[in-house]
Design a protein around this ligand. Structure first.
Ligand SMILES: [Zn+2]
Length: 55
């Protein structure tokens, strides 16, 4: 139950997976909030895990 294992709806893959990187959440633009509520895509962190590999 560690934070690094948690996957948010906006994550393209699990954190720590090969060819992934941290990106600003496009849903909330990194604020972590939408209309004063925690952003559902990033879980309020303002960042998502995105796949950066080009293969
Ligand atoms: Zn967000």
């Amino acid at each position: 139950m560690s934070d690094t294992d948690r996957k948010n709806p906006g994550d393209e893959d699990a954190s720590g997976t090969k060819q992934t990187g941290e990106n600003i959440c496009p849903t909330c633009s990194g604020s972590g909030r939408i209309s004063e509520k925690p952003c559902p895509d990033c879980g309020g962190s303002g960042r998502i895990t995105a796949i950066v590999g080009d293969a």
